[in-house]
Design a protein around this ligand. Structure first.
Ligand code: 5AD
Ligand code: SF4
Length: 478
């Protein structure tokens, strides 16, 4: 009988991709996916360390498995990813029934480690070197990226794929744990990336989302010279079958004019740029060691708007960072009002042991103040998103259809006609009724209602000619 795997993933797109690759490697060994931990004989958690809350969730999920493991000692329980790298042995101390702890740089070893655990080899711990525990080269080598050529059946959607172009981060923002758990910044060779994209395209993939913690810092040097993200986009743009190229997450200081011009000039590049500002106060940005001022960010945003007028720009913000005063928070509110992001992800500061922030500054903004600032900033952003989405009313936009919407899944819609969801080129979510057959197609839909997060639309019948393509700010790239 096939072995059953249950995997739970928290965190960013990197983790989603890592889980996909782990699942693929285990399916090759004959595993099938189980819907609940109860049905599974192997239970894996792919974890995140960016905020305390993400870790608490995993520790309580592990707590709930204690009983199951006592009754069923053959179950293999594994903790993978960033929290595994950060907490290492601590995980075995807090949950002694865990069998494997595997860092993001060792995921290729998971099938082997599960087999060893099953044979009674005892707890398996495989993690990368900490950033102070070896030579630069040894540390770099210990963080291996796990990007084997993919099995198309393992992807969540056959039409979309994440593609990692770099790992790690060297920016060391003072609040952030990523540089210690994901290791030094390392760019993958362009030839490898292009080969993977070609394979994805040959399997029917239409949209590729390039991943890197600071994706626009991509830099690969060899005898032929230096390849930056702009060069890579040009190479990927040549691939037949690929229709859309997106890339996340950008670092403001590395948003070069050449990259923006490349996005403007290549029709497959989505006019969508996620470039986190984090705070609208220079003093806070300095404490965060972000490496730019609000003025410099403003200048960059102006360049984006000038070169790609249709661009949807999104941001991340941390509220309640150490010492954040009312005035400093007000400055962030003002930045959000001024910048008119498509949307913003807003987080309450969570102190991460081992970061510069934790050792330099007390986490002194009370939780209630953080919560209140979070809500206020979100309300400002949502009002802007709602207002800006209004200009789509009555317009025709081209969507890549992703699948049945959450609502249709919740309602258990089973027929051919369901509520579908897709995204515009500028990454706006669109829902509309349609036949399941449309999944994976790029098709024009007419927007008849909008909210802060969603465009509601109807499929455009062939006779109706799309009018949107001349509209200001909704160029053919929408
Ligand atoms: N606390 C709260 N939010 C954080 N982020 C990163 N580290 C922390 C932290 N310690 C946020 C940043 C980043 C996003 C992925 O998570 O806004 O851009
Ligand atoms: Fe963390 Fe800053 Fe690197 Fe982003 S750029 S992963 S916030 S250290």
């Amino acid at each position: 009988m096939a072995r059953k795997l249950y995997i739970e993933t928290v965190g960013c797109q990197m983790n989603v991709l890592d889980s996909e690759l782990v699942v693929a490697s285990l399916r090759k060994e004959g595993y099938e996916l189980a819907a609940t931990p109860g049905e599974a004989d192997t239970i894996l958690f792919n974890t995140c360390s960016v905020r305390q809350h993400a870790e608490d969730k995993i520790y309580s999920a592990l707590g709930r498995l204690k009983h199951a493991k006592t009754h069923n000692p053959d179950k293999v329980i594994g903790v993978l990813g960033c929290m595994a790298q950060k907490d290492q042995q601590l995980i075995f101390r807090r949950a002694p029934y865990v069998d494997l702890v595997v860092g993001p740089g060792q995921l290729h070893q998971v099938p082997q480690l599960i087999a060893e655990a099953r044979q009674g080899a005892g707890p398996r711990l495989e993690v990368s070197l900490n950033r102070r525990d070896g030579s630069q080269e040894a540390i770099r080598r210990s963080h291996e990226s796990f990007d084997p050529l993919r099995d198309p059946q393992m992807r969540p959607s056959p039409y979309q794929a994440y593609l990692r172009i770099m790992i790690g981060c060297d920016k060391f923002c003072t609040y952030c744990i990523v540089p210690s758990v994901r290791g030094p910044e390392q760019s993958r060779p362009p030839a490898e990336i292009v080969a993977e994209a070609r394979q994805l395209a040959s399997e029917g993939c239409k949209e590729v989302i390039l991943l890197g913690q600071t994706v626009n810092s991509y830099r690969y040097r060899d005898e032929q010279g230096e390849t930056r993200l702009a060069d890579l986009l040009r190479q990927l743009h040549e691939i037949d079958g690929l229709e859309r190229l997106k890339f996340v997450t950008n670092y403001p200081k590395d948003m070069t004019t050449r990259l923006l011009e490349t996005v403007r000039d290549l029709p497959k590049c989505s006019p969508y740029l996620h470039v986190p500002l984090q705070s609208g106060s220079d003093a806070v940005l300095r404490r965060m060691k972000r490496g730019y001022t609000v003025g410099e960010y403003r200048e960059m945003l102006a360049r984006i708007r000038e070169i790609i007028p249709s661009a949807a720009v999104t941001s991340d913000f941390i509220v309640g960072f150490c010492g954040e005063t009312d005035e400093e928070f007000e400055a962030t509110c003002e930045s959000v009002r001024e910048s008119r992001f498509k949307n913003s992800f807003i987080f309450k500061y969570s102190e991460r042991p081992g970061t510069k922030g934790a050792s330099l500054y007390p986490d002194d903004v009370p939780e209630t103040v953080k919560r209140e600032r979070n809500n206020r900033l979100l309300a400002i952003q949502n009002a802007i998103s709602e207002e800006d989405n209004l200009r789509f009313l009555g317009q025709t936009v081209k969507v890549l259809v992703e699948g049945p919407s959450k609502t249709s899944q919740k309602q258990g819609q089973t027929g051919e006609l369901v509520q579908l969801t897709g995204r515009t080129h500028c990454d706006r979510i669109v829902v509309f009724p349609g036949n399941r057959r449309l999944v994976g197609q790029l098709l024009p839909v007419m927007v008849y209602d909008t909210s802060a997060f969603t465009l509601h639309a109807e499929v455009v019948t062939q006779e109706v000619r799309p009018t949107v393509f001349q509209l200001d700010g909704l160029s053919s790239n929408v």
